[in-house]
Structures are given as C-alpha cells and as structure tokens.
Ligand binder design. Structure first.
Ligand SMILES: Nc1ncnc2c1ncn2[C@@H]1O[C@H](COP(=O)(O)OP(=O)(O)OP(=O)(O)O)[C@@H](O)[C@H]1O
Ligand SMILES: [Mg+2]
Length: 255
C-alpha cells in the first residue's frame, strides 16, 4: 500500500468552514535508481507522500531500505530519477542549484545521519552559519545561535570545535544548527541515534516544543519506537514505498 491516498489527521477534520490545511511538502511518483556501480539499484519506487504544516512524521525501515535517499530528495540535496518533490508549493525540479539552496535556507532544517559540521569552525559558528547565510547580522546571529545551543544544553561548549566534542555533543550542535532558523519543516536522519536516553528525550521534547510554538513540521528517521509512536504518523519504507504503520489523532491538549 502506498501512502498516496493517506490523508493527514488534520486533513480529516476539514469542514467547508475551516481553512484547508496547508500542504508543506509533497512527493509525487518518486523514483530513485542508482546506476553507478555494478548493478542498477531501484531504491524508491513510485513513492507518494503528503506532509501538512505542523505534522510530525516518523519514518522507519530496515538498513538500506532508502531512508537517507528519501530525505536527501525531500531536502533537494539529490535529484530523483523521476517524479516530483514540492516544498511549500514549489517544484524543486523547476529551481536551479542556487534557488534550491535559497529554498532550503528559508524553509528547511536538515540534520544529517553523520552530522556534517564544519571542522574549522566552533560550535557557535556552525550554528550561526545558516542565519548569516540568510542575511542576519553577526550580533543577532550570535545571540540566537547561543540561545539555541543553551536549549540543547551546550552553553558550556560554544567555543569548542567539532573535533573537541563528543559524538552526542556534535549531534546536538547539528540539531541546533537545523533548528536555529525556525524552519517550517525539519528533516532529521536518526538525530538521537548516538545520544543517551535522557539527552534523546530532551531533544525530542525540544522538537515537540518547536512544533507547538511554530507549527514546524518534522520528518524524522528514527529507530526509537517509543518516540516514533508519540508522533502523528509512523510510515515504514519497504520495497521502495511508504506504508502507514500507525496514525495517531492528536489529543485535544496537543493541538
Ligand atoms: N550513491 C549511491 N550509489 C549506489 N547505491 C547507493 C548510493 N547511495 C545509496 N545506495 C544504496 O541505496 C540503498 C539505500 O541506501 P540509504 O542510505 O538510503 O539506506 P538507509 O535506509 O538510510 O540505511 P541506514 O538505515 O543503514 O542508514 C542501499 O542499498 C545503498 O547501498
Ligand atoms: Mg540512512
């Protein structure tokens, strides 16, 4: 079963008197075939997905099932073999490299499976980078970057370079960098995979706070079943397609 006909929980409560929920991200018949190497590998096969503003989605699946491939396509970091990715109404295929970069900076936060911090910069400089790229001045960027590092409990490590941080600390810097611009949608690839239980819970809490505060959408690849179940939908990537494992209606106090 593909996800194409699955509507979000928010979509189900629409009446003629209510505003249509805003579609944040959409994939239409997405295919990805890797043709480098000895054999062609079709990783994604006619995959469809719709994510509405403020939705929190977990993506689970076996190693090699294509989770990172999918996030890279959603973030415009790689291009599909065929099919379309729409972000906030814009078709990524119609944007050039520079425009895709600008769209990412404006709308998306990205936490990579392997953090990808810039080694020659401090934790604070890494977190401030997307703000500076967006045109914010240094004083304001530094203030916001420092506040976000405090929120991931790294106020005491701001001047450390990535090589002077533990694996979990680096991951938290990467999370702070993705969240600092208050993006409309955040894509996270196993963000808490190498964090201890308490730190992972703190990060999950921070994500939920941002979701409530700014209606930020989250698409999270995770192996943490408890966390996955606490989100709005859990989708499993299998045989190149997404299947719904669970859909949770938000309780009134979560809306
Ligand atoms: N550049 C590439 N060229 C050829 N094959 C690739 C390339 N990148 C990924 N693959 C293959 O595509 C498949 C999906 O890879 P992907 O990294 O998306 O999996 P994943 O679900 O994120 O796995 P994991 O849970 O281990 O991170 C794998 O079989 C991988 O070997
Ligand atoms: Mg992966």
């Amino acid at each position: 079963m593909s996800d194409s006909h699955l509507s979000s929980p928010t979509a189900q409560i629409v009446s003629p008197f209510m505003q249509e929920p805003e579609l944040m991200l959409e994939c239409i018949d997405l295919n990805k075939v890797y043709s480098e190497g000895p054999a062609e590998v079709q990783v994604l096969k006619d995959l469809n997905l719709r994510v509405y503003a403020g939705e929190r989605i977990a993506i689970v699946g076996a190693s090699g099932s294509g989770k990172t491939t999918l996030l890279n396509l959603l973030g415009g970091l790689d291009l599909p073999t065929s099919g379309d990715v729409m972000i906030a109404g814009m078709n990524l295929a119609n944007l050039n490299e520079a425009q895709r970069g600008q769209m990412r900076n404006r709308n998306l936060g990205f936490v990579y499976q392997f953090h990808h911090l810039l080694g020659e910069f401090t934790a604070l400089e890494n977190v401030c980078m997307p703000l500076l790229i967006a045109g914010m001045d240094i004083a304001m960027s530094t203030k916001k970057g420092a506040a976000m590092l405090e929120r991931v409990s790294l106020g005491h490590r701001m001047q450390h370079k990535p090589s002077e941080l533990s694996g979990g600390e680096r991951q938290r810097v990467a999370i702070a960098r993705a969240l600092v611009t208050e993006p409309r949608c955040v894509l996270l690839d196993e963000p808490t995979g190498n964090l201890d239980r308490q730190t992972a819970k703190d990060i999950h809490q921070l994500m939920k706070e941002l979701n409530t505060q700014f209606a930020t959408s989250f698409i999270v690849v995770t192996h943490d079943e408890e966390f996955a179940r606490s989100l709005d939908r859990v989708l499993q990537l299998r045989n190149g397609q997404l299947e719904a494992l669970s859909t949770k209606d938000k309780s009134p106090d979560e809306q």
